[in-house]
Design a protein. Structure first.
Ligand code: BGC
Length: 396
């Protein structure tokens, strides 16, 4: 089932690349952020005509036309937002932005985070249903564990929107707003390869691989996207995974816990690198990247080339000072804005907006509203953050 989702997401990622213009993929990864994928696509071509190549590639995943307009709802309606935790900067930003922006748009927001605990998230969603929410926005702790409560929400006539992560194995979902997750992994791996060549001279390069939390549906997609780029280089001997640990299950970091990643890195270094240099590490996000770098510094290694994700403030500083090679920006403000745009459409009785990207969540094809992630290195940081005064401030 996971494989199917991954295959579909890969097709979706390819589709989103194609609708913004086939070719120039490499270039797009290196340069300033592309405009929001489907906004540009919708302007460029009517929905039925968009991405014919992708339709050929995945005919079963054509636009879901079943999303019908509802009756809409009143000003001041309650909107629930259930986030998985507040352990990384993106979720803290989402908490603040949803509270402020939903209130500013005239809604009554209930925004809660579940501290990585599935039962806590289920209870929070139940209470949002009891409180008469018209829409519930969910970033799941575990993509597969909310089926029953989300179906309960649907039965109560509530719209359910997945936020940043897919909602799996449930019919209780109307659409998901997220950044291309397979694409994110590809960008991380491309940056790792580029950094190795730039910083570490000629190969072969000794590397290790890290994945995110196994319950998070993004984590295997990030990893598989990255491996699609790295595996050929492992096969031809350019990259050597000295520990031999290349399966997602061996590399995953339970709960995205930085401390767990740091202790795995400590063990890898003491077990495999006492007489070797480590040149690079694939890291699924910024918190784990900083943990890996800290472990290498503690072990007296030269800092390896390390990838990241989220453009967290601390990592933006580390990228700027050369301590972390890259990160990937997936701006929370764009994702929250897209979500509120959909909520406004629902409020006005216009239903879920059209999109031509879908993903099989195990039981249905879910509409995906996909935004493009953008890789960040010291070379393009000023370009990427040109419209983000907070992060620009860190580039000094
Ligand atoms: C998000 C990342 C985040 C990670 C851990 C993922 O689902 O896409 O932005 O770093 O969760 O919180």
């Amino acid at each position: 089932m996971k494989k199917k989702i991954i295959a579909v997401l890969m097709a979706a990622a390819m589709m989103s690349v194609c609708v913004t213009g086939c070719g120039g993929r490499e270039g797009a990864a290196e340069s300033a952020p592309a405009p929001a994928t489907e906004a540009a696509a919708e302007e460029a071509a009517p929905a039925e005509e968009a991405a014919p190549a992708a339709e050929e590639a995945a005919p079963a995943e054509a636009a879901d036309t079943s999303a019908s307009a509802g009756e809409g709802f009143e000003d001041g309606a309650t909107i629930g937002v259930s986030l998985p935790w507040l352990g990384t900067q993106n979720w803290k930003e989402a908490e603040t932005m949803f509270k402020e922006q939903l209130a500013a748009a005239g809604y009554n927001p209930i925004v809660q985070a579940a501290d990585q605990k599935v039962p806590q998230q289920q209870q929070q969603i139940e209470s949002m249903i009891e409180n008469g929410a018209k829409v519930i926005v969910v970033g799941p702790v575990d993509g597969t564990q909310l089926g029953a409560v989300l179906e309960q929400a649907k039965d109560a006539g509530i719209y359910v929107i997945g936020y940043d992560r897919l909602l799996e194995n449930t019919t209780g979902v109307d659409g998901v707003v997220q950044f291309g997750s397979v694409k994110t992994g590809e960008l991380q791996a491309q940056a790792l390869l580029e950094g190795l060549e730039k910083v570490k001279g000629e190969g072969p390069y000794n590397i290790e691989l890290f994945g995110g939390g196994p319950a998070d549906p993004n984590a295997p997609n990030f990893f598989n996207g990255a491996m699609s780029v790295l595996q050929p280089k492992i096969d031809d001997g350019t990259l050597v995974v000295v520990s031999g640990q290349t399966d997602f299950t061996q590399c995953a970091t339970v709960d995205w816990d930085n401390a767990k990643a740091q202790s795995r890195m400590d063990s890898l270094l003491s077990g495999f690198y006492s007489d070797k240099e480590i040149h690079g590490v694939l890291s699924p996000n910024d918190g784990i990247a900083r943990a890996i770098i800290t472990s290498c510094e503690n072990a007296g290694q030269e800092i390896p080339v390390v990838s990241g994700l989220d453009a967290e403030n601390e990592s933006v500083e580390w990228v700027w000072s050369g301590r972390q090679y890259s990160t990937v920006a997936k701006p929370t403000d764009a994702l929250v804005a897209k979500t509120i745009e959909i909520i406004n459409s629902l409020k006005d009785g216009k239903g879920m907006p059209a999109t031509d990207v879908t993903a099989d969540n195990g039981v249905k094809d879910v509409d995906i509203y996909e935004l493009p992630p953008v890789v960040v290195t010291k070379d393009n940081a000023k370009e990427v953050f040109a419209n983000d005064p907070g992060r620009m401030e860190l580039l000094k």
